[in-house]
Ligand binder design. Structure first.
Ligand code: WT7
Length: 633
């Protein structure tokens, strides 16, 4: 066996060529330093960025759990993601390679990216966008999406990106929560050879959103769309006005000034908008990206997530641009027109690192290895996985077929709330398929029982983070109590952050994430709340009550199964079942479409009226229903 394909026991050792060039050679000593001198470690990382004014305090923990980082410091994430590169050779470096689904391509240098961003920043200013206001962005995966994000950040406005796969209800709700006056969207986008109806959905959402005054639309597909006088403007019209000058001053922000909110699903009620900042988030995303993926100047980095999710925010847009990387953005479906689309792009652009989800891997694996085998994938040196546990079968296929057994897989655990990766290997770490391995620098993890006692190796426990880190979400937008309640209440005494996942640690100290322990469902790596699916069902005129649960699915990881009590006089049949699935899809978006709808007479509830989803789940899986003492009847 070749040295670089070495497997001992269950450990996959990194190839010598990777180890030789790795930026970090000794994880243990660096980790030790990072937790023993946390503030010193983060100060050293922060010094690698451009600050208008240095911080006076690295960590301010005077008002726990509302931690502050780099207080007194002045910075703007765009000063780091764009401005500082313009003073170096990177000015001429490719910042972004974008490929549309129909095959059109755009390549932009850092110089060109700066021009587009600055012009659009001036446009936003001319629309009266002010520092601190929240602009909602609802777009397909086109260059104008990161451009819009960066333009907001540049002038100190916050962005709230709503995933382009969401629908009317989800968009309207998020616009209302953010109180947005300005919406940026597109006429449509390309997906599986078809045009999506983004502008119509945006129009419908705006009908329910009295706060919106201005809507800017990028012309992507050229389809006929309805534009309202005085409200609707075309992006390209505005970008060619004299007001859209390519000179625009980057706003000087406090380190703790908010950069964006991003809505994510929680256990109960409406999705919550998590708040991330200019300072800590810049430091955290760039540091983790640089160490975990061992970033070199010559890399071509492809994070295949949608910019509308945290993975896209942190590792498609901000982290890599701060590190001066060349990023890849692709508009459409991985299997369009054929299942070799991704592999042909890796060959065509000489991509060196691919970061994607287990669902995408499983989906492409189904088509067979003849598709990747037709392409030269030898430019790849590292692979990444994120969003859900990766099953060993998919891990091995990714490793052997895509990585030619020569590319270590960085299985990275983190959350919208954490801002960046928390548990992940480095390229030098011996790997175990399915384990995210060990905590990153400055991250202290515990796997504990209800009382906060560490569980024994091999036992399941709750995942907690025991100390603050710069990338942490600062609060839930407009609802600080909910922030405390959701994440900090359970281990208040210890001052730990509760992740909402269960996990195990093995004898070697490797961490294995099991999955959510709350009512969050991960479908294809996307995060949805049972509460949102249920509320979409109940918004149908025939439905009186609903419950949603997750059951295992071969490709998607989880599938949504629902139970519905109909209103009196309505009978459930195949057609209504189909109508209800469609209804959820239209209200929330296709990813939330339930796999099944079962009509029920009653739902298992506690005496206080809470639906016992675990009972439904146990029944569906034919498993023991567990403790039923709190069941109502
Ligand atoms: C939840 C967070 C991380 C950015 C994208 C998802 C699950 C995430 C892993 C992994 C096992 C994972 C967890 C977590 N998760 N990464 N490598 N192995 N599970 O962010 O949408 O906020 O979801 O995704 O359950 O809590 P998110």
């Amino acid at each position: 066996m070749k040295a670089n394909k070495e497997v001992t026991g269950n450990l996959y050792h990194p190839p010598k060529s990777i180890v030789r060039k790795a930026n970090v050679k000794d994880y243990d000593s660096m980790y030790k330093r990072s937790v023993e001198d946390r503030e010193g470690f983060w100060a050293d990382e922060a010094k690698k960025l451009k600050w208008y004014k240095k911080w006076t305090q690295v960590l301010d923990d005077s008002n726990k759990p509302f931690y502050k980082w780099f207080t007194g410091g002045k910075i703007n994430i765009v000063a780091n993601a764009i401005d500082r590169h313009l003073e170096t050779h990177r000015r001429n470096k490719v910042a972004m390679i974008w490929e549309g689904e129909p095959g059109d391509v755009k390549v932009m240098s850092y110089h060109a990216l700066n021009r587009e961003v600055s012009k659009f920043a001036n446009v936003l200013k001319s629309m009266g966008v002010k520092k601190g206001e929240i602009v909602t962005i609802y777009m397909p995966q086109i260059p104008e999406l990161p451009i819009a994000m960066l333009a907001c950040a540049k002038i100190g406005a916050m962005h709230s990106v709503v995933y382009g796969g969401f629908s009317v209800e989800a968009l309207a709700g998020r616009i209302a929560d953010a109180n947005s006056r300005v919406l940026i969207t597109a006429d449509g986008g390309w997906r599986r050879g078809k045009i999506t109806d983004l502008k119509s959905i945006a129009n419908e959402a705006m009908d329910r959103s009295p706060t919106i005054e201005v809507c800017i639309t990028v012309k992507r597909t050229g389809q006929e769309v309805h534009m309202e006088n005085d409200r609707d403007f075309w992006y390209h019209d505005l970008q060619s006005l004299p007001i859209a000058s390519s000179k625009c001053k980057t706003e000087v922000m406090d380190a703790e000034d908010p950069l964006f909110i991003l809505f994510t699903s929680g256990t109960t009620g409406k999705p919550k908008g998590l708040v991330h900042t200019h300072g800590g988030y810049s430091v955290y995303t760039s540091t983790t990206h640089r160490y975990v993926f061992d970033i070199k100047d010559e890399d071509r980095w492809w994070c295949a997530a949608d910019p509308g999710w945290i993975t896209g925010h942190s590792y498609l847009v901000y982290g890599p641009l701060i590190n001066g990387s060349t990023i890849i953005l692709y508009e459409g479906a991985p299997n369009h027109p054929y299942p070799n689309r991704w592999w042909s792009m890796i060959e065509k652009y000489g991509i060196t690192i691919l970061y994607t989800s287990p669902t995408a891997i499983r989906g492409l694996m189904r088509f067979g290895e003849q598709w990747p085998k037709r392409h030269d994938l030898s430019s790849l040196r590292l692979l990444g996985s994120v969003g859900e546990p990766i099953n060993p079968e998919a891990w091995r296929w990714y490793h052997e077929v895509i990585g030619n057994s020569e590319c270590p897989i960085m299985d990275t655990w983190w959350q919208t709330e954490t801002g960046g990766m928390m548990i992940a290997p480095l390229p030098i770490t011996p790997l175990k398929p399915g384990s995210a391995t060990k905590p990153l620098f400055g991250v202290e993890v515990g796997i504990v029982d209800e009382d906060g006692k560490e569980v024994k190796p091999g036992e399941e426990g709750k995942l907690v983070i025991k100390a603050p880190w710069p990338g942490m979400a600062r609060t839930v937008f407009g609802d600080p109590d909910r922030y405390v309640e959701t994440y900090w209440k359970e281990y208040e005494k210890q001052g730990w952050y509760k992740a909402g996942d269960s996990a195990r640690i093995d004898e070697d100290g490797y961490i294995w994430i099991i999955g959510r322990i709350d009512d969050v469902i991960k479908v294809s790596g996307y995060r949805l709340g049972t509460a949102e699916v249920e509320s979409a069902l109940v918004s149908h005129p025939d439905v009186s009550e609903a419950a949603a649960i997750a059951l295992p699915h071969e490709v998607k990881g989880n599938a949504i199964h629902t139970y519905v009590i109909l209103k009196a006089g309505v009978t459930g049949d195949k057609k209504l079942e189909e109508d209800l699935r469609k209804h959820v899809s239209e209200e929330m978006g296709p990813i939330a479409r339930p796999d099944s709808v079962t009509f029920a007479e009653s739902l298992p509830k506690t005496r206080s009226g809470k639906i016992m989803r675990r009972v439904l789940k146990a029944r569906a899986l034919g498993m023991d229903e567990g403790d039923l003492s709190t069941l109502e009847d």
